[in-house]
Unconditional design. Structure first.
Length: 214
């Protein structure tokens, strides 16, 4: 798996580069990914507008900012995404704001269809669900945890829809977007913060103990 992570990082985008790449493709009537369709391009266009709005409106809570600034170890947040993914459009602006609070955090983004072997190492219920966050130790790219493709509240909404209707219908998709709008990124930032805190307790503490013994 490490070689797939290393390969992904070599070909990864910063958040600004990712946004620019998606926009450039849209200017040519294209979306990211192996499959091209009018629907996927329309989703990408909608997401581009949504992310521009969220880039301006998302606010990290003071509590989370304080916790972020307290992180001592260096982490890479490697995210598997595609421009047409509605969940990614809601989540990645939050991640970008979070990493801006601590220089020890680095957000890198890879495209799912260009990194199938990496994606297959982080499936959700057997599926290639995105976005998928892989938390890495920045020193050696050790995997410290993963998260995604959506916060618990949104995931439960989709789970309920599948159990009730057998598919995620348009009503469920609309309900999910309304959930994100009401949540204002709070669940995303809290759950990712919990992942970082767990890594800090386990990884950073272990490194400190080893340093003290040497």
């Amino acid at each position: 798996m490490k070689k797939h992570i290393d390969k992904g990082l070599e070909n990864s985008y910063s958040y600004a580069e990712y946004r620019s790449h998606v926009s450039d493709l849209l200017s040519k009537g294209l979306s990211t990914g192996d499959t091209q369709s009018e629907d996927l391009t329309n989703y990408s266009s909608l997401n581009d507008v949504r992310m521009k709005r969220l880039d301006k409106t998302i606010k990290i809570t003071p509590e989370v900012i304080e916790k972020l600034k307290g992180l001592k170890c260096n982490y890479t947040l490697l995210v598997i995404s595609e421009g047409w993914c509605g969940d990614a459009a809601q989540i990645m602006p939050v991640m970008d704001k979070m990493v801006s609070e601590n220089e020890n955090l680095n957000l890198r983004i890879v495209l799912r269809d260009d990194n199938s072997e990496l994606m297959d190492g982080f499936l959700t219920n057997g599926g290639r669900a995105i976005p998928k966050l892989i938390l890495l130790d920045a020193a050696d790219n050790t995997v410290l945890g993963d998260w995604g493709p959506r916060p618990t509240g949104g995931a439960q909404l989709i789970k309920d829809a599948k159990e009730k209707f057998g598919v995620v219908n348009e009503d469920a998709k609309t309900a999910l977007q309304k959930w994100y709008l009401k949540d204002k990124g709070l669940s995303t930032m809290q759950e990712i913060m919990a992942l970082l805190e767990k890594a800090e307790r386990e990884q950073c503490a272990a490194k400190a103990a080893m340093a003290a013994q040497s």
